[in-house]
Write a protein that binds this ligand. Structure first.
Ligand SMILES: Nc1nc2c(c(=O)[nH]1)N[C@H]1C(S)=C(S)[C@@H](COP(=O)(O)OP(=O)(O)OC[C@H]3O[C@@H](n4cnc5c(=O)[nH]c(N)nc54)[C@H](O)[C@@H]3O)O[C@H]1N2
Ligand SMILES: Nc1nc2c(c(=O)[nH]1)N[C@H]1C(S)=C(S)[C@@H](COP(=O)(O)OP(=O)(O)OC[C@H]3O[C@@H](n4cnc5c(=O)[nH]c(N)nc54)[C@H](O)[C@@H]3O)O[C@H]1N2
Ligand code: SF4
Ligand SMILES: [Mo]
Length: 770
C-alpha cells in the first residue's frame, strides 16, 4: 500500500537552500553547524541550526556538500529529535536484581571490572563474548575500537551485525578477489543498465553502495536513457522507479542468477575484460541451471530470464547490485558471488559505468587474511566457520546455553539489540539472563540492554566527532568528509572512544583506572609502525615517535584518522579535512582492480573450489517442491532496524508493524484482521494488511519491532511484534555462517486480535533476577 505524500514520505528535499527545516520547533537560530548524518549508509551532509540554548531547532541537507548536495531524508531531518530523545540514558546504569539505578562512571567501571575479571578468572577468556552492532559502523568510537577491544579480550567468541547482514558479500569477494574488503560498487551515476536484486534503496537509501539521494540518482539514470530492472518478491518503491519489476520467489536468486550465467555462456554473450581463471569450471557448474530448469522455482518465466541475460550483455555498460534481500537468505554467499560473476562475464567489472572499487581517502588496512581464507577456527557447539575473525550471531545462543569448556559466561554488547535483530531473538532473550555478567555500551535501556548488569551510555550524536571509516570505502564517488562535534561533552561525560578504551584496559587486566591514552598510543604505534615502512609514505624512514609527533587531533580516534589520512592515497590530513567542512569530492570511481586483488594468481577466480558443495546443494533445489508460504522482511523509510521507534516524528503512517499478504492469499486463507503466523521457531499474532504489491505465496513483516513494556515510551505505545521470533537460528548460509531471515517457511491462520498483554509477547520474558 502506498503512503500518502507528505513532509515525512522521503520525497527529495534537495532544492538548493530552499528546503524548510523539517523539525517543527519555532525558535531563533543562533548558529549553524555542519556534520554528516550518522544514521544510515548514505552519508548525507547536514546543516544544523541551534538556538541560544544550543538546542537543535532545524536540520536541512547541506547544499554545499559535493556528494549529497542538499539531500536529506525524514530521519536526517529528525536528527535533532533523535539526539534529544528524553528517554536516552545520560549516566551509567547498574542493575541490582530487577532494579536499575544511576551510577557514576567510576562505580560503573568498577562493576564491569569485577564482573569481567570474575568470569575470566573462573572460566578463562574464551568465556567472554563480544557483539558489535550496526551503529559501530557509524561511530568513531565503534569503528576505531572494535578491533582493539576484540584483541584485548583474547577470545574467539567475537560476533557482529556482519553475520546478520553482509558477511556473504565478504566471503564471496574473498573467494573471487582474494580480498574480503574488495567490494565492487555500482557506478550509479554513469551506468546504462542497473539490475537491482533484493535491495530497496529507495527506502533503505542504499547499502555497500553509499549514494546520498539514491532515489534521485535512479531517476537520473532513467532520465539519461538508462534502464532499471528490479528483482524482488515485493513491488517496492525502488520497483516503482524502475522500467521493469519482476517478482522472484524468496531464496531462489542463486538459481535465477545461474540461469543468467548459463544463458550468457550458451548464447556466446560473454565479454571478458579482466584476467580470470575458472571459466570452464564455471560453465560446467552452470550447465544444469537452464532458464527452463529454474523458472518454476524462481517464479520467473524462462523467456524473461533469457531476455534479461541478453539485455545485460548488450547494454553499453551495466551493473548488477544486490544487498540484504539475498545476503540474508539461503545460498547468500553463492548469490553474492554470482552477482559479480555476471559483472565479470558482461565485461563490466572495473570499468566506468559498470562496477568498480572505491578509492577511499584513508589507508586501506587489510581486514582478514589476504589471500582470503575463512574457517581458521570453528564455533564450539555447531562447528560453524569463522569469517573475518568472527563467529556467526546465529550460534551465540548455543554458545551461552550449552554447558562445557569454553561456554560463554559474559557478554560485552556494543550498539546492538540482539533480542530484536538476531534470528530467533527471543531465544537470546531467554539465554542472556543466564550469563554471569553482561555490559552494554548503548544509549537506551531496551529489549536487549535490559538484561545487562551495567549500561554505559555514549554521548549524544551531536557531541561526537564523525568519520565514516568504512562507509567511505564503498561510495559511488570518491569522497571524504570529517565532522567535528557540534556540541562539547558536558563536564564528567565520557566520549564513546573513552568508554571503549576503558573496556580495553579492563580486558587486558590493566584496570579501569588506567589511562585510556595507553590504548590510543598502542593503536597509533601499530599503525605508524606499519606506516614508516610503506615506501613513498609521508612517514617512510621515520621513527614511530617521530611520525607520532606530526599527528594532530582532539581525541584518540581523531589521531588515528589523521594517521590513516596521511597514509592514504590522496596525501590528506585531518587538518586539511577541517578546512573543508562540507567534504571533498575526490572524483569519479576509476578502474583499480589490480590494486585490490588479493588472489595468489593475480586473477579473478570465476569458480572457487570452496563453492563446490553449495553448488551441489543448489542443484538439489531444481527437483524440490515449490514452497507454499514464505516470510520475508521489509525496511521502512522512517525507521532504522530497532532503534528509531521512539521518535514521535518518525512513527505512525506507513511505519507500522503489519503483515503484508497478497489479497489472493487473504481470501484463500480466510484472513480477516489478524493472523497467527507459525514457523519452526515460534508463532506470532499480527495485523494483516492485504497488499497486492507482494508476490502471492509470500508475506512480509518488518523487523526491529516488539517494544511492549519498553522504557522507550513512544516506542512502547506502538510496540509491534518481534519478527525474529519467527526466523530460525538453526539455518545459516554455510560458507559465511550468516543468518537467514528471508524465505522462512511459515503457515498462516485466522486469529482474534491479541489481548494487550505485554507479558504474553515472546520478546519480553519478565525482568531477570540473578
Ligand atoms: N529506512 C531504513 N533504511 C535503512 C535501514 C532501515 O532499517 N530502515 N537499515 C539499514 C541497514 S542496517 C541495511 S543493511 C540496509 C539494507 O538495505 P537494503 O538491502 O536495500 O534493504 P531492504 O530494504 O531490506 O531491501 C531488501 C529487499 O529485498 C527483498 N527481498 C527479500 N527476500 C528476497 C529474496 O529472497 N530475493 C530477492 N531478490 N529479494 C528479496 C525485500 O522485499 C526488500 O525489498 O538499509 C539501511 N538503511
Ligand atoms: N528479520 C530480520 N532481522 C534483521 C534484518 C532483517 O532484514 N530482517 N536486518 C539485519 C541487519 S542488516 C542488521 S544491520 C541488524 C542490526 O542489528 P543490531 O545492530 O544488533 O541492532 P540495531 O537494531 O541496529 O540496534 C542498534 C543498537 O545500537 C544502539 N545505538 C544507537 N546509536 C548508538 C551509538 O551511537 N552508540 C552506541 N554504543 N549504541 C548506539 C541502539 O540503542 C540499539 O540498541 O539487524 C538484522 N536483523
Ligand atoms: S538518507 Fe541516511 S544518511 Fe541521509 S539523511 Fe537519511 S538517514 Fe541520514
Ligand atoms: Mo544492516
Amino acid at each position: 500500500m502506498r503512503a500518502a505524500a507528505g513532509p515525512c514520505d522521503g520525497r527529495t528535499t534537495r532544492s538548493a537552500g530552499l528546503t524548510p527545516p523539517v523539525t517543527e520547533d519555532p525558535g531563533v537560530p543562533l548558529r549553524t553547524a555542519h556534520r554528516t548524518c550518522p544514521i544510515c549508509d548514505a552519508v548525507c551532509g547536514l546543516r544544523i541550526e541551534l538556538d541560544a540554548g544550543e538546542r537543535v531547532i532545524g536540520v536541512r541537507g547541506d547544499t554545499e556538500d559535493p556528494f549529497s548536495r542538499g539531500y536529506v531524508c525524514p530521519k536526517g531531518a529528525s536528527l535533532g529529535r533523535i539526539d534529544e530523545d528524553p528517554d536516552r540514558l545520560r549516566v551509567p546504569m547498574i542493575r541490582t536484581g530487577d532494579r536499575w539505578h544511576e551510577a557514576t562512571w567510576d562505580e560503573a567501571f568498577d562493576a564491569v571490572e569485577k564482573g569481567l575479571t570474575g568470569v575470566i578468572e573462573e572460566h578463562g577468556r574464551q568465556a567472554v563474548a563480544a557483539y558489535f552492532g550496526n551503529p559501530t559502523f557509524h561511530t568513531m568510537g565503534g569503528i576505531f575500537y572494535r578491533g582493539p577491544l576484540s584483541q584485548s579480550l583474547g577470545t574467539t567468541n567475537l560476533y557482529s551485525a556482519g553475520t546478520i547482514d553482509q558477511m556473504p558479500k565478504h566471503v564471496a569477494c574473498g573467494l573471487m578477489f582474494g580480498n574480503a574488503m574488495a567490494i565492487p560498487v555500482p557506478d550509479l551515476d554513469r551506468t546504462d543498465f542497473l539490475l537491482v536484486i533484493g535491495a530497496n534503496p529507495a527506502e533503505s537509501h542504499g547499502s555497500l553502495c553509499a549514494a546520498p539521494d539514491f532515489p534521485g540518482r535512479l531517476k537520473a539514470l532513467r532520465a539519461r536513457g538508462g534502464r532499471l530492472v528490479v528483482l524482488d518478491p515485493r513491488r517496492t518503491r525502488t520497483a516503482d522507479l524502475a522500467d521493469e519489476h519482476l517478482f522472484v520467489r524468496p531464496g531462489t536468486d542463486a538459481l535465477l542468477l545461474f540461469a543468467l550465467v548459463h544463458t550468457l555462456l550458451a548464447e556466446d554473450l560473454v565479454t571478458l575484460r579482466v584476467d580470470t581463471e575458472g571459466l570452464d569450471r564455471l560453465a560446467a557448474h552452470a550447465a544444469p541451471f537452464s532458464p527452463a530448469a529454474v523458472s518454476k522455482m524462481c517464479g520467473v518465466p524462462a523467456a524473461t530470464i533469457v531476455r534479461l541475460a541478453r539485455e545485460l550483455a548488450s547494454a553499453p555498460t551495466a551493473a548488477v547490485y544486490t544487498r540484504v534481500g539475498t545476503s540474508t537468505a539461503e545460498f547468500g554467499t553463492l548469490t553474492q558471488y554470482l552477482v559479480d560473476v555476471l559483472n565479470v562475464l558482461t565485461g563490466n567489472l572495473d570499468r566506468p559505468g559498470g562496477v568498480m572499487f572505491t578509492r577511499p581517502a584513508t589507508l586501506e588496512v587489510p581486514w582478514g587474511p589476504r589471500p582470503f581464507v575463512s574457517g581458521r577456527w570453528h564455533s564450539r557447539v555447531r562447528g560453524l566457520p569463522e569469517a573475518l575473525g568472527e563467529l556467526p550471531v546465529a550460534t551465540l545462543a548455543d554458545e551461552i546455553e550449552t554447558p562445557g569448556e569454553g561456554r560463554v559466561r559474559a557478554l560485552i554488547s556494543v550498539a546492538g539489540n540482539l533480542v530484536l535483530s538476531a534470528p530467533n531473538g527471543p531465544r537470546l532473550g531467554r539465554a542472556l539472563p543466564d550469563l554471569d555478567f553482561m555490559v552494554c555500551v548503548d544509549p537506551y535501556l531496551n529489549e536487549t540492554t535490559r538484561y545487562a548488569d551495567v549500561i554505559l551510555p555514549p554521548p549524544r550524536m551531536m557531541q561526537m566527532p564523525h568519520y565514516d571509516l568504512l562507509l567511505l570505502t564503498v561510495t559511488v564517488r570518491n569522497y571524504t568528509r570529517f565532522s567535528p562535534p557540534v556540541l562539547p561533552l558536558e563536564p564528567g561525560q565520557l566520549s564513546e572512544a573513552e568508554i571503549m578504551a576503558r573496556l580495553c584496559l579492563i580486558a587486558t587486566g590493566r584496570g579501569a583506572a588506567a589511562d585510556p591514552a595507553l590504548v590510543d598510543e598502542a593503536v597509533l604505534g601499530e599503525l605508524l609502525g606499519a606506516g614508516v615502512q610503506i615506501p613513498g609514505s609521508p612517514f617512510e624512514g621515520m621513527t614511530v615517535p617521530g611520525a607520532r609527533s606530526l599527528l594532530e587531533g582532539d581525541s584518540g580516534p581523531e589521531l588515528m584518522l589523521d594517521a590513516m589520512l596521511r597514509l592514504g592515497p590522496y596525501g590528506l590530513s585531518l587538518a586539511e579535512l577541517r578546512k573543508h567542512p562540507h567534504g571533498i569530492d575526490l572524483g569519479p570511481l576509476e578502474p583499480r582492480l589490480a590494486e585490490v586483488l588479493g588472489t595468489e594468481s593475480g586473477l579473478v577466480h570465476l569458480a572457487p573450489a570452496e563453492l563446490g558443495e553449495e553448488i551441489d546443494r543448489l542443484r538439489g533445489r531444481l527437483e524440490a517442491p515449490v514452497p507454499r508460504m514464505l516470510l520475508i522482511g521489509r525496511r521502512q523509510l522512517r525507521s532504522n532496524n530497532s532503534w528509531l521507534h521512539n521518535v514521535p516524528t518518525l512513527v505512525g503512517g506507513s511505519n507500522r508493524c503489519t503483515l503484508h499478504v497478497h489479497p489472493d492469499d487473504v481470501d484463500r486463507l480466510g484472513l480477516d484482521g489478524h493472523a497467527r503466523v507459525t514457523s519452526a521457531t515460534g508463532d506470532l499474532v499480527v495485523p494483516v494488511e492485504p497488499n497486492d504489491r507482494i508476490m502471492p505465496g509470500v508475506v512480509s513483516l518488518p523487523h526491529g519491532w516488539g517494544h511492549a513494556g519498553s522504557s522507550q515510551r513512544t516506542a512502547a505505545r506502538q510496540p509491534g511484534v518481534n519478527a525474529n521470533a519467527l526466523t530460525d537460528d538453526s539455518v545459516v548460509d554455510p560458507l559465511s555462517g550468516n543468518a537467514v531471515f528471508n524465505g522462512t517457511p511459515v503457515s498462516l491462520a485466522p486469529a482474534p486480535a491479541p489481548i494487550d498483554d505485554p507479558a504474553a509477547d515472546p520478546a519480553l520474558p519478565p525482568l531477570p533476577r540473578r
